[in-house]
Write a protein that binds this ligand. Structure first.
Ligand code: FAD
Ligand code: NAP
Length: 338
């Protein structure tokens, strides 16, 4: 493992933002990390672990060491009649891992097909899509303390998973390097097709017999048609979380905005579709420099080519303020800002 100096991060973040890291190292084993933490560069600088760079925005150069997680391997560590426990190392590409599970007939992750990034970042924000979150199947998370290198095992409960939340995004942010995740997957699938356009897509595909492979393909088709491909137009997926509001606030909004898109949640309140709120403010296609609100899905901010991280951030601030002024709802950024 080599520590490089003054490295461009443009190809290491899916927004395609130009920023530099003062130092950079890619680790391919736990031993690499244990040697890295003994170096003066590591001891004396801020640190940032990255996977696929698909949920972060660089607003300036990173004056410290960026550590790319390159730990690889997928293993079935245990099984019984109904379930299989799969351990995937943090540097595995998430979508390839999902396809691997689908190919073996291990169910639970098919609705999470085509999410960019690596396995190690999945617990960070409890990745979710089409009615499934990794908290539904995550058994445990292995991580190394970034000060001491000591291994800690987090159970599902320890991770404090919430809607696009976990302990790793809050009190444990930048304190642990996640090395692998163990998933409990099912040998007998429990199909989840009620969400969004999945059923419509399955019928358009002419699927007669439901399978996890068909669901995975349906999700891939829907996502490919709706979301900008980061390889073509830089982005980090949904820039904001869908806000959760009380029933009172929801009912008041519904009086003024009949077409409000909302979904009831467990605590009696409602989740509002942030994309709809942004669109109603007339912000679709709005740009600052080459940073724009995506014209097909207002929840996504895109880089037309040479956007500056600061422009993307300023645009997100304008979206936040405009939505607040129109609806009295404060959006929260989902993307990690550096
Ligand atoms: P990075 O962007 O590299 O890192 C994200 C954060 O995790 C950073 O704070 C980083 O420090 C930390 N981190 C990364 N790896 C580790 C590690 N090993 N140990 C400790 N900390 C770590 N997200 C969803 O939830 N659902 C979606 O449907 C979805 N769709 C998307 C679609 C598009 C087109 C894009 C571009 C993004 C989408 N995302 C979605 C967001 C993103 O793909 C996920 O959050 C993904 O898990 C990020 O993985 P990554 O490896 O790229 O993380
Ligand atoms: P969509 O299907 O057009 O739906 C818009 C919003 O309404 C979604 O954000 C979703 O919330 C919510 N929703 C739709 N049907 C719902 C239901 N039956 N019950 C509860 N909530 C419902 O959304 P989309 O933009 O095409 O995205 C599809 C899925 O992929 C969503 O789950 C979305 O979260 C996920 N996605 C996430 C990212 C990211 O970066 N985080 C990027 C792209 C897509 P939820 O977001 O809570 O699911």
């Amino acid at each position: 493992m080599e520590i490089e100096k003054d490295i461009t991060l443009k190809k290491l973040n899916t927004f395609g933002i130009e920023a530099k890291a003062a130092f950079f190292a890619e680790i391919s084993s736990t031993e690499d990390f244990l040697s890295l933490i003994k170096t003066d560069v590591y001891k004396n600088n801020p640190r940032l672990v990255i996977g696929g760079g698909s949920n972060l925005l660089f607003t300036k150069d990173f004056e410290g060491i960026v550590i790319k997680n390159g730990l690889h391997g997928i293993d079935a560590v245990h099984q019984n009649e109904g379930h299989v426990w799969i351990e995937a190392k943090a540097g595995e590409n998430w979508h390839k891992f999902v396809l691997w599970c689908v190919e073996y007939g291990y169910a639970g992750l098919e609705n999470l097909s085509l999410i960019p990034g690596c396995v190690g970042a999945a617990p960070m924000q409890n990745i979710g899509a089409y009615g499934v979150e990794i908290k539904d199947v995550c058994e445990k998370v292995y991580a190394l303390d970034m000060e001491t290198g000591k291994e800690t095992i987090f159970s599902n409960t320890d991770c404090k998973f919430g809607y696009r939340e976990s302990i790793f995004k809050h009190s444990h942010k930048n304190k642990y390097l996640i090395t692998s995740v163990v998933f409990k997957l099912s040998k007998k699938p429990n199909f989840n097709t009620s969400y969004g356009a999945i059923e419509q897509e399955l019928s358009a595909m002419g699927v007669k017999e439901l399978s996890i492979k068909a669901i995975s393909q349906a999700v891939i088709n829907i996502r490919s048609s709706k979301l900008p491909d980061p390889a073509v137009k830089g982005n980090a997926g949904s820039f904001f979380k869908n806000p959760e509001v009380s029933k009172e606030k929801h009912d008041e909004l519904k009086k003024h905005f009949e077409k409000l898109v909302s979904y009831p949640i467990d605590n009696g309140g409602y989740k509002l579709a942030a994309g709809w709120l942004i669109e109603q403010c007339g912000l679709k296609g709005k740009c600052i420099g080459e940073a724009c609100v995506h014209d097909k899905q207002a929840l996504v901010l895109v880089n037309l080519g040479n956007a500056k991280g600061k422009d993307v951030y300023a645009l997100s601030e304008e979206v936040l303020q405009t939505v607040k002024a129109k609806f009295g709802v404060t959006l929260e950024r989902e993307v990690n800002i550096y």
